[in-house]
Design a protein around this ligand. Structure first.
Ligand code: FES
Length: 208
């Protein structure tokens, strides 16, 4: 009898890289031992590994916001300037999250279901994607970004080159990047960072 393999099973499911596991373990160790060099105020922060870089993020923070405030970007190239700023309609912030359970909600939001089924995203590759503007952090994770404008390519992007600065430290619209992230505005986080540069971690467990 022929074996039926679902489209989801045929996908190459990303696994945490060894480098990401090392970064997460090291960050966890330094947080639990504040006297050995860990950043003060980072207790309770989650570790997000993106393109080989370690970013500290608040529990419950939107992933797109965490990446931008950490000096990174879930957008590729021109999409750093041309995107919907978290509305969930452009699809350029699509990423893979490993483990998938590190964010909430666990399942696609309505916005994700619509946008991730709209070209260039679509089955079967879309099943591994999340829109980073639609999910909130619930644990340490590695975030995988693929190439091309919408992140719809086949190649996983590695650590940035020294001369690859686009979208890294100065989001084009500064604090307006977070206009649609109500939490960030309420807490003064986006406003407090001026042009959206990295801010220090804060211990605010149980905030949400
Ligand atoms: S920023 Fe446009 S869909 Fe996330």
């Amino acid at each position: 009898m022929a074996t039926v393999i679902s489209s989801a099973a045929r996908l190459r499911v990303p696994r945490p890289s060894r480098g990401a596991r090392d970064l997460i373990a090291r960050a966890a160790s330094s947080s639990s031992n504040p006297g050995d060099g860990g950043e003060s105020g980072d207790e309770g922060a989650y570790v997000v590994v993106f393109r080989g870089k370690e970013i500290r993020a608040k529990p419950g923070q939107r992933l797109r916001t965490a990446l931008l405030l950490g000096g990174e970007s879930p957008h590729n190239g021109g999409a750093n300037a041309i995107n919907c700023r978290g509305l969930g309609t452009c699809g350029t912030c699509a990423v893979e999250i490993v483990p998938s359970g590190a964010v909430t909600p666990r399942d696609w939001t309505d916005a994700e279901r619509i946008r991730l089924n709209f070209p260039p995203h679509g089955p079967p590759g879309n099943s591994r994607l999340r829109l980073s503007c639609q999910v909130r952090l619930g644990g340490d994770c590695e975030v995988v970004k693929r190439d091309k404008f919408w992140g719809q390519g086949d190649d996983v992007l590695g650590p940035r080159r020294d001369d690859e600065t686009e979208g890294m430290t100065t989001p084009p619209l500064g604090a307006l990047e977070f206009l649609l992230d109500g939490d960030e505005w309420r807490e003064g986080g986006a406003l407090g960072t001026g042009l959206g540069l990295r801010r220090s971690g804060r211990s605010d467990d149980g905030e949400r």
